[in-house]
Design a protein around this ligand. Structure first.
Ligand code: NAP
Length: 313
């Protein structure tokens, strides 16, 4: 019991120190083993490069099911502890709240616009003209001149004209990158043939139980990356108590959440975990100071059922 308490205390200290590092703040004095872990380079904002040459953070912050002041505060906290990618959508009804948080970080001089990576999604079926208008409304709510990434929230009857309108907005500088979400391998393969520029990423349900291997294979030739929504399966299947995750976490002195995210990020999958709690925000982004080994990977690969746990679209 004493050992567990000491371990938890040390881990909390480590998490706080990692956040300080992300913010460039002075570090508190640390026990030697923590200092050496940090010297190895704990980085909150490692990036990967999209097929258009733009860098995207590997760990972002999800905002679904949060609205109003709860959402604004959560995004402010996320920015404060080192998140730079914020994921929202028209459907979440919180673009204005996300916008307030961005605005306060930019106005306060804490961050520059170019340091942020803001994603939103077109959540309903629209014509070409309606897409232009709806994107403009999102920009207004988000209080920014451009979004870094605009996604089709799912495949709609008018996905092709919607994407064409997104191309126009990209050329005008109002969107930096275009992407999709919830496009299965079959739908993706048909859609990509009709695109002037291939989607930079496809945001899909992805976690240890549904690893999207066939989709990744199909997207490879166009350089479309996978972005994982619900990387914790939103807690389903007793996610955080999964015996494989727990045992690998103990081995590395990490948490099950950190193992689940690290497993995806090591495969170049972008993750956007959601939490309303600041301590967990720090925990979820502090995954760049250790590596899984082959035994860990084999065990985690074997959890894949290739079946979704959610079927909303
Ligand atoms: N494109 C799409 O169709 C689509 C669909 C679903 C989601 N998304 C995006 O993906 C994001 C993430 O997905 P999600 O919100 O469904 O689920 P998730 O990130 O898989 O899981 C969130 C749940 O895990 C808990 N949690 C977070 N960190 C934890 C930690 N370190 N330890 C223990 N529990 C932890 C959270 O609780 P607390 O908040 O209490 O910490 C919350 O209940 C969304 O916010 C959204 O941006 C996109």
């Amino acid at each position: 019991m004493k050992n567990t308490t000491q371990y938890n205390h040390a881990r909390r200290g480590f998490i706080k120190a990692s956040a300080s590092l992300a913010l460039g703040l002075a570090l508190p004095s640390l026990p030697p083993f923590l200092s050496s872990a940090l010297a190895k380079g704990t980085k909150a904002t490692k990036t990967t490069t999209l097929n258009n040459g733009i860098a995207i953070p590997l760990v972002g912050f999800g905002t679904s099911r949060m609205q109003g002041s709860e959402c604004q505060k959560a995004v402010e906290n996320a920015l404060e502890v080192g998140y730079r990618l914020i994921d929202t959508a028209q459907m979440y009804g919180n673009e204005s709240d996300v916008g307030n948080a961005i605005n306060s970080a930019l106005k306060g001089g804490k961050l520059k616009r170019k340091e942020l990576f803001i994603t939103t999604k077109l959540s309903s079926d629209m014509s070409y003209e309606e897409t232009l208008k709806a994107t403009q409304e999102s920009l207004k709510k988000l209080q920014i001149d451009y979004v870094d990434l605009l996604l089709l929230h799912r495949n709609f009857p008018q996905s092709v004209p919607m994407y064409k309108a997104m191309e126009k907005l990209r050329k005008e500088g109002k969107i930096k990158s275009l992407g999709i979400s919830n496009f299965t391998p079959e739908v993706y393969s048909e859609f990509v043939k009709k695109c002037e520029t291939p989607p930079v990423l496809n945001q899909m349900e992805t976690h240890i139980f549904y690893q999207q291997k066939p989709l990744r294979e199909v997207m490879k030739s166009y350089g479309t990356k996978l972005e994982a929504w619900s990387p914790f399966a939103n807690g389903k299947n007793d996610f955080f108590a999964n015996p494989t995750l727990v045992s690998i976490a103990k081995k590395h002195g990490k948490t099950p959440a950190q193992i689940a995210l690290r497993f995806l990020v090591e495969q170049d999958i972008i993750v956007i975990p959601k939490t309303s709690k600041k301590e967990r925000m720090i925990e979820n982004i502090s995954i760049f100071d250790f590596a899984l080994d082959n035994t860990d990977r084999e065990a985690l690969n074997s959890l894949d059922t290739n079946e979704p746990l959610f079927k909303w679209f």
